[in-house]
Design a binder for this molecule. Sequence first.
Ligand code: TYM
Length: 328
Amino acid sequence: MPRVLSGIQPSGQLTLGNYIGALQNFVKLQQTHECFFMVVDLHAITVPQEPAALREQTESVAALFVAAGIDPSKASVFAQSHVPAHAELGWLMTTLSSIGELERMTQFKDKSTGKESVGAGLFVYPALMAADILVYNADLVPVGDDQKQHLELTRDLAQRFNARFGEYFTIPEPYIPKVGARIMSLDDASKKMSKSNPNPASFIALLDPPDVIRKKISRATTDSGREVLFNPAEKPEVSNLMTIYTHCADISLSEIEARYEGQGYGAFKKDLAEHVVAKLEPLQTRYAEIRSSGAIHDILKQGADQVSSIANQTVRDVKERMGFILPR
Ligand code: TYM
């Protein structure tokens, strides 16, 4: 069975972008693939985190995985820091990376431009992400569009290792949705929807209460026209809302166009809000149940127990190939 690996950072509230771009595919893939899904807490600390907030967010993201439909008896759900092999292979991958290729990463450029001081962790972040994937020899990595470049680096590092030390790593393939790989901000369709945006009106959080969702959608930026048409180049705001609609209501973009022909944006936005609420309400109910049950710690432990031996074996194999003396 092909193996799937992906992760989400516990840094702020998860958004509808995370759901449509990634989480929803995690849920789908668990039916047909061996799946490993992790909360990437080691990645989150590449920018400063309050310890209490990091703890809370890590539990919250793990609970959201399960609330969204990941079944811990089918897929392994774990915290990255519970499997120390990630950090160890991360170092080995860092030594295979060049400063030039890390500098070319657009996420690094976005997060570092204009900052007086930039953490070194932010710079070597993609080498750790490569390790996350390669430590399980994953075949497929479900992600949104913004992670594509990191995946390409992962493939390059795997090929570089294989060329220098002998064929070992599987070259992983990205799994990116055709529509919805890049959900944009509600207030500015030139920026991706992001949990780290300081303006909460720019994103829909998975845990936003229904009235907040309705308000955010009614205030979402549109254009001065009135046609509900999918045309990302000419109508980026409306196309973005249509992308959210198609995922939440499970109808096609052309059906949406037909449904709102001649009706303007009002009815479209009102219905969209109800579809988003209907999609998120059951997830929010399950989330509350999981959090209050306290089950998340057991789920994370079970997940780490399931994947650790694979990750540890990879690190041993890699070290041996690189010339380390293994402890006897
Ligand atoms: P992160 O935590 O920023 O985002 C988690 C996932 O959500 C996707 N995503 C989006 N998709 C569509 N529209 C959006 N607006 C949007 N915003 C976020 C991201 O593409 C991602 O798939 N580096 C990764 C975490 C990571 C990882 C890994 C992923 C660490 N190790 C190994 C895969 C495999 C990140 O920061 O994602």
